[in-house]
Design a protein around this ligand. Structure first.
Ligand SMILES: NC(=O)C1=CN([C@@H]2O[C@H](COP(=O)(O)OP(=O)(O)OC[C@H]3O[C@@H](n4cnc5c(N)ncnc54)[C@H](OP(=O)(O)O)[C@@H]3O)[C@@H](O)[C@H]2O)C=CC1
Ligand SMILES: CC(C)(CO)C(=O)C(=O)O
Length: 326
């Protein structure tokens, strides 16, 4: 019998706990590295996993391998990098200090450049790009729920080909692509809704059912798509609709949008973007790697991206505002 594969989750949060939990439930050995508060919750409540298709799995506290730092003498077959992009470099350096040279690390983060940043500060590890299309939210202490659909993606690479069976067994299949860049660009376009969602204060589905918020999202996307095309960097379509059509559909009146975009609206009523979580918790957001990326692309092309610029400014003002004490 083949030994169970070993995974290390770097950044036990929404994505890390959900994917690590699914893999462990399917029989893999998983070590979770996270912050003390998160680990304490897992030690108290265990890890519960649920999804839109009826998954309801539980790992008791005693089954979880929880660490505040990358454990010494740890030899994972694959590391899942699940920290927010602001934490990429520090996490990469910590991983390199503790892991054998060449250990494969799959970045499951939003944004285009996490792997390049990690590679620059921790060149001894084998950095691979991935993409998570669905939403994960902590819906109760230690309870992580997948609230929308889609297939995990990653760049084609031997260590990932070996792990792909495990992802499939765990019910989170991983599709491998020769070139992940177009997929990452497509994900970036969809993630331009993150700040709109965060500012709306609404769950994703309710926000998408509001014509005004859809117009904002469409505007950010239209601006970004034009710049990507000017740069000769076509994004892969991540919905059944081509990008131009998707943008037009977002701008339709709500009853028509609801009819035509039924598939896009297959989102649990409570799902929120990861930026909404950050903003609500007073944490720095990933705005710089989302709208900020479009602003930098415009600058590089000698253009402007006024809608994305304004969104960066709005989110930065909110997330740097000091919290008032009662
Ligand atoms: N949530 C979602 O639905 C989706 C998220 N993503 C992307 O996935 C990535 C992860 O998102 P998400 O899971 O929501 O993030 P979370 O903030 O929920 O989880 C990340 C966790 O890692 C912790 N962390 C950071 N650095 C370290 C470290 N060196 N050692 C131990 N723990 C660390 C963070 O703590 P601290 O806050 O203190 O830094 C935080 O608790 C992001 O890039 C996000 O955009 C992609 C698709 C969907
Ligand atoms: C899945 C999606 C697009 C929205 O939840 C996301 O990537 C995020 O929340 O950061």
């Amino acid at each position: 019998m083949k030994p169970a594969p070993r995974f290390l989750v770097m950044g036990a949060g929404s994505v890390g706990c959900y994917l690590g939990g699914c893999l462990q439930h399917a029989g893999a050995q998983v070590d979770f590295v996270g912050r003390p508060l998160v680990l304490q919750t897992l030690r108290t409540h265990g890890l519960r996993l649920s999804d839109r298709d009826g998954r309801n799995q539980f790992l008791a506290p005693a089954q979880l391998r929880l660490h505040e730092q990358v454990p010494t003498a740890c030899h994972p077959d694959l590391v899942l990098l699940c920290v927010k992009s602001r934490a990429t470099e520090a996490a990469a350096q910590e991983l390199e200090r503790h892991l054998a040279a060449g250990t494969p690390v799959l970045s499951l983060q939003n944004g285009l450049h996490n792997v390049t940043l990690a590679q620059a500060v921790a060149p001894g590890l084998n950095w691979l790009a991935g993409m998570v299309p669905f939403n994960i939210a902590e819906i109760g202490p230690g309870c992580f729920h997948r609230g929308s659909d889609g297939q995990l993606a990653a760049e084609e690479h031997a260590p990932l080909a070996r792990s792909a069976d495990w992802f499939a067994q765990a019910g989170v299949p991983l599709a491998l692509h020769a070139d992940l860049k177009p997929i990452q660009r497509g994900k970036l376009l969809l993630n331009l809704n993150n700040p709109v969602n965060a500012l709306s204060g609404l769950p994703l589905r309710a926000q998408l059912l509001d014509a005004g918020y859809r117009q904002q999202f469409a505007g950010l996307m239209r601006e970004a798509l034009a710049l990507m095309r000017l740069d000769g960097a076509e994004p892969a379509a991540l919905t059944p609709l081509p990008w131009n059509l998707l943008i037009r559909i977002l701008c339709l009146p709500t009853p028509l949008f609801r009819l035509i975009a039924a598939r896009l609206l297959r989102i649990d009523p409570q799902a929120r973007s990861s930026m909404a979580d950050d903003l609500a918790a007073g944490r720095p957001t990933e705005i710089d790697v989302l709208c900020g990326e479009i602003v930098r692309l415009a600058e590089r092309l000698g253009r402007r991206a006024p809608l994305n610029e304004a969104m960066v400014a709005r989110i930065q003002t909110l997330s740097t505002r000091p919290t008032t004490t009662p």
